[in-house]
Design a protein around this ligand. Structure first.
Ligand code: UT7
Length: 325
């Protein structure tokens, strides 16, 4: 059985930039607080026409072009998102429509900030079963649509964007080497987005106060560092690869302090950990594929390098994946 490998990467981000200085005019915050507590300087904010499926399709086209493939080569499209344009159809079906892709199937994965890893985990199993398949995996979000713009605890953190990869069969030892994925629904109340109020009055939530991101930041922070470090350790042990052998770690871009804690726990130098949270904020499921696409274009990865992804998000969900580039 051949491994699944990454054949191309892509990105799609809204044009509009929202800086910390813009946020100073909207809520009681400061560039100094946001920069020191999160590392974020600016984030992208979508406008009409830049819905999640549009950004996802942009990233998908970019990844297909990078892979030298066309839409007709695709067997499957998976979109990881918690901000799909509609409840039905899935965002992946809308991406299929935007791309004009036929003869494949498409569905969404909801695992919040870990969604891209979950989606890759599914896709790579399909490719192990049939290495001729080509699968588009996208992480895409318009978190701006679910942020309470009066809540300084959350509105300064999140951003919009999309990243994508095309997966196909490997002919050598490159590709997905090992993974460790987890969730713990028991802790969901620390980070969640309520659905819209039910149309069935019997099922309506009397405490409903909007379909916004709700986050107990400090608690999430502690869990995120501990859980990601553990998953990374487990993956490296499973693969028999030492931290020193890693060329690049691409962690979920939630907060520079989480990234730095993870980096020191693993004993890695700063050059080995990719950071773009300063430009995009926390883009949830989009953060890892967006960072990967940028790292790849910057020439940070060469064939045979070990690159490690790790993520943590609502659910809770978390995990780590090791890829030979
Ligand atoms: O992607 C999924 C996973 N999500 C995460 O990983 C997010 C994890 N959490 C975090 O990144 C951090 O907890 C935050 C950046 C969200 C918050 O940083 P913190 O250092 O944990 O701050 P805090 O929530 O403990 O708040 C400290 C103070 C509070 O004031 P008091 O109570 O000490 O007077 C907050 O009200 O900072 C205040 N504060 C702000 N001040 C200025 C909270 N948000 C802001 C703000 N501007 N935007």
């Amino acid at each position: 059985m051949s491994r699944a490998m990454i054949l191309g990467t892509g990105r799609g981000v809204p044009a509009g930039i929202l800086t910390n200085y813009d946020l100073e005019k909207m809520v009681d915050t400061s560039d100094e607080w946001i920069t020191t507590r999160t590392g974020i300087k600016e984030r992208r904010k979508a406008v009409a026409g830049e819905e999640t499926s549009y950004l996802a399709a942009e990233a998908g086209r970019d990844a297909l072009s990078d892979a030298g493939l066309g839409v007709d080569d695709l067997d499957m499209i998976i979109v990881a998102t918690v901000t799909a344009d509609m409840i039905m159809p899935s965002c992946a079906c809308l991406v299929q429509k935007h791309l004009g892709a036929h003869g494949c199937f498409a569905f969404d994965v909801n695992a919040a900030c870990s969604g891209f890893l979950y989606a890759c985990s599914i896709a790579e199993k399909y490719i192990r079963a049939d290495s001729s398949q080509k699968i588009l995996v996208v992480g895409a979000e318009t978190m701006s649509s679910r942020v309470d713009w009066q809540d300084r605890n959350t509105c300064v953190i999140f951003g919009d964007g999309a990243g994508a990869v095309v997966l196909g069969g490997s002919v050598d030892d490159r590709g997905f080497v090992a993974e460790k994925m987890y969730s713990d629904g028991g802790l969901y109340e620390l980070l969640y987005i309520d659905n819209a109020q039910s149309m069935n009055t019997d099922l309506q939530n009397p405490d409903y106060d909007g379909s916004y991101v709700r986050m107990a930041g400090r608690e999430v922070f502690k869990h995120a560092v501990r859980a990601m470090a553990q998953a990374v350790d487990e993956v490296l042990v499973k693969a028999g690869v030492s931290p020193e052998a890693l060329t690049l770690v691409i962690p979920h871009q939630a907060n520079i302090r989480i990234v730095n804690k993870l980096r020191t726990t693993l004993g890695l130098s700063s050059e080995k950990v990719y950071v773009n949270v300063d430009k995009y904020g926390n883009t949830s499921a989009a953060s890892i594929p967006l960072a990967l696409a940028e790292a790849s274009r910057e020439g940070r990865l060469q064939p045979g390098d070990y690159v490690l992804f790790c993520a943590f998000g609502g659910g809770f969900t978390w995990g780590a994946q090791l890829v030979r580039w």
